[in-house]
Design a protein around this ligand. Structure first.
Ligand SMILES: NC(=O)c1ccc[n+]([C@@H]2O[C@H](COP(=O)([O-])OP(=O)(O)OC[C@H]3O[C@@H](n4cnc5c(N)ncnc54)[C@H](OP(=O)(O)O)[C@@H]3O)[C@@H](O)[C@H]2O)c1
Length: 273
């Protein structure tokens, strides 16, 4: 059944015109370019990593479209993004393929898709896992990403890209992380498969370690603080990162025109310890 959420977008700040800026490329590889004139769609962009990626893209001149499932977060998030080229906030339920299709039909063409959507984290050791709940846990992170790419890729302009989100649970799982590890492995495989199937469209993924975002909101404040403190002491970088620490990875994969099928780990060195 199609849900009741619509896909209206609010143009929060739209400039009178776009300005096109010449790009400066370093030796034909990593492009140091402005993203002026480019439109970046961030699904999950109302909070955490997506919001940070949207702010980063806006800061280098992109026009951004941020979307999540809750109407009340739309204006709050768009108000936080300083975008000279304009920002739109949209409501879309990424657990619903029909809603995703409507969303992409309504927004027109764009240059980059960033997918960071996911519900609050659920951990649990195998014996405690309810399988129906576990299957649902794949809904937004895996099937939402799959459906978003399915309905988005033909609307992405030449030279554009898709950046998905995985996590180091696939490489360095702890006890209780089997579902997270399965999801992350699925996204990594999907990234490589789509990079081949959708070529020359580039498909990459960012693979963060633990980052301080609302993802961890269902933990008690005390448990969360203890986790950040303990992990910070363990990590080679000596602290648990903020969403802004990972935002550059999304920008890199959008702009690096020679990267495809790549999974970029940004974890403070967590996989090593
Ligand atoms: N933070 C970390 O430590 C970390 C580490 C490794 C991997 N990751 C992964 O990175 C991704 C982003 O995490 P985050 O830390 O940015 O989490 P977050 O701050 O909780 O953001 C998740 C976003 O997904 C949106 N969302 C959830 N359900 C949705 C739905 N049905 N339809 C549309 N949007 C939906 C949320 O907005 P609404 O609630 O308004 O819909 C929110 O904007 C997740 O897949 C997470 O597993 C995070």
């Amino acid at each position: 059944m199609v849900n009741v959420i619509d896909t209206r977008c609010i143009a929060a700040r739209t400039p009178a015109s776009f300005r096109s800026v010449k790009t400066v490329n370093a030796g034909g590889g990593m492009s140091q370019e402005s993203m002026s004139g480019q439109r970046v769609v961030v699904l999950g962009g109302m909070s955490g990593l997506g919001l940070a990626a949207a702010k980063a893209a806006a800061s280098v001149g992109a026009r951004v479209v941020v979307a999540s499932s809750r109407a009340q977060s739309v204006s709050a998030a768009t108000a936080q993004i300083t975008a000279s080229a304009g920002v739109e906030g949209c409501v879309v339920n990424l657990a619903d393929e029909a809603n995703i299709e409507d969303f992409f039909s309504s927004i027109g063409r764009f240059d980059h898709l960033v997918y960071t959507a996911g519900e609050a984290i659920r951990l649990g050791e195998l014996d405690t896992v309810d399988l129906d709940a576990a299957r649902n846990y794949f809904g937004v992170r895996v099937w939402g990403a799959y459906a978003a790419v399915k309905h988005a890729h033909s609307r992405i302009n030449s030279g554009g890209s898709i950046v998905l989100t995985t996590g180091i649970a696939s490489r360095r799982p702890l006890a209780g992380w089997s579902l997270g590890a399965m999801i992350c492995s699925a996204i990594e495989g999907l990234t490589r498969a789509l990079a081949v199937e959708l070529r020359p469209l580039r498909v990459n993924a960012v693979c963060p370690g633990v980052v301080r975002t609302p993802l961890w909101r269902e933990m008690s404040e005390g448990d969360r603080a203890a986790m950040y403190r303990g992990l910070g002491e363990l990590l080679p970088v000596g602290y648990v990162g903020e969403a802004d620490d990972v935002a550059e990875a999304y920008l890199f994969l959008m702009r690096e025109r020679y990267a495809s099928g790549h999974v970029l780990v940004v974890d403070g060195g967590a996989v090593l310890v």
